[in-house]
Design a protein around this ligand. Sequence first.
Ligand code: FAD
Length: 393
Amino acid sequence: MKGITYQVAIVGGGMVGATLACLLANQGVSVALIDAGDPTETWADDSYDQRVSALTLASINVFKSLGVWAEIVRLGEQPMDKMFVWDHFASGELAIDSADAGVMTMGSVVENRLTVLALWKKLQALEACDLYRSTQLEGFDISEKNVDIQFSNGDHINASLLVGADGSSSKIRQLSGIQAYGWSYQQEALVATVKPEKPHQNTAWQRFLPEGPLALLPLRNGLVSIVWTSKPETTEANLQLSTVEFCAALADASEHQLGGFELMGARGAFPLKLQFSSEYCQQRLVLIGDAIHTIHPLAGQGANLGLKDAVTLAKVILSASESKRDIASQQVLRRYERQRKGDNALMMAMMDGFKRLFSADDTLVKLGRSSGMGLINQSTLLKNKICQYAMGV
Ligand SMILES: Cc1cc2nc3c(=O)[nH]c(=O)nc-3n(C[C@H](O)[C@H](O)[C@H](O)COP(=O)(O)OP(=O)(O)OC[C@H]3O[C@@H](n4cnc5c(N)ncnc54)[C@H](O)[C@@H]3O)c2cc1C
């Protein structure tokens, strides 16, 4: 293929890259969105994506502004109105209801592939966007005026700006030489979709266990999506259990809050790590989403952070484009970096701190956190603050 030229080429059409593509193409910026998979592929009605995200109201507002929220609702979103958090140690517990903060809901739980499908459907209708499905980035060459982007099928395109939205193992980050720092948590998250015996009550349940948190998120059709964090060897053992044994172990681990469970489909596992880059951009190249920050999923904030990156980068690009400046200059891209770095670093530090607090083995720390949860539970003001934080406001 002859190299078509775009203003922006985004590699990675997951939730973050596809949102950026929508924000830009909606305003007439010419965009190429490239993904190794095919997000428009259909699936059986009774199959569920293991990758699920709790979206804050702030993220939902982004999708509303793009006109894709109605499609996400049609495909199957689940409102989340309450949170119930409890500790395996002592009696610490925390119950938060969005109604007490005067709002209907804290956010919604959606399977990642539903959100991505709704975004890609929108992109198919936007003239300014070309979609490259089942297409792998192979390499790129940056020159003074543009970037030549090569695909593994031998094709290539050109763009003024290359965006790496290609996830935590970002090839763009690796090829650019941008350093990634961080550490493995020596934990794995077991993910699965289950049908609970009792209704989920639009509630996100989270129990802190000795090896890590067990989250049970309310999902469409009365189902529950679980994220069960443990040491890798425990996760491996739980993956090997028979379906009946696994459901019994899950019911015990959740103290039968939702009764027993029926497993819907396969179980999967993700190794957990903290990873970040201190450099977000180079001349004509910029990173967003998990490509620059991967955090512990215990408070479900990774995708929400990435969506904030997409919104900020789109604003900076659109403002440069309107004033006829080079959208890919260091001056423009550094503005995005400055605006996002503080918020991303704060969230990473908070998630890392929570992870350490709730996996501490020291009896004094355990007593402190248990009574701390009890104290917060008695304070409407603090609970409203936590509710606002969960809503992303
Ligand atoms: C167990 C678990 C639970 C989570 N729960 C939540 C939650 O409740 N709320 C929340 O906000 N976040 C949650 N997260 C985090 C969230 O899933 C991620 O932050 C989010 O998916 C990152 O989106 P992304 O678009 O940046 O990257 P990804 O979703 O990883 O997308 C990257 C895309 O790039 C494509 N790609 C990669 N390499 C190439 C290449 N060379 N060429 C072409 N395409 C390429 C891939 O096909 C993929 O589509 C959770 C994470 C885990 C592990």
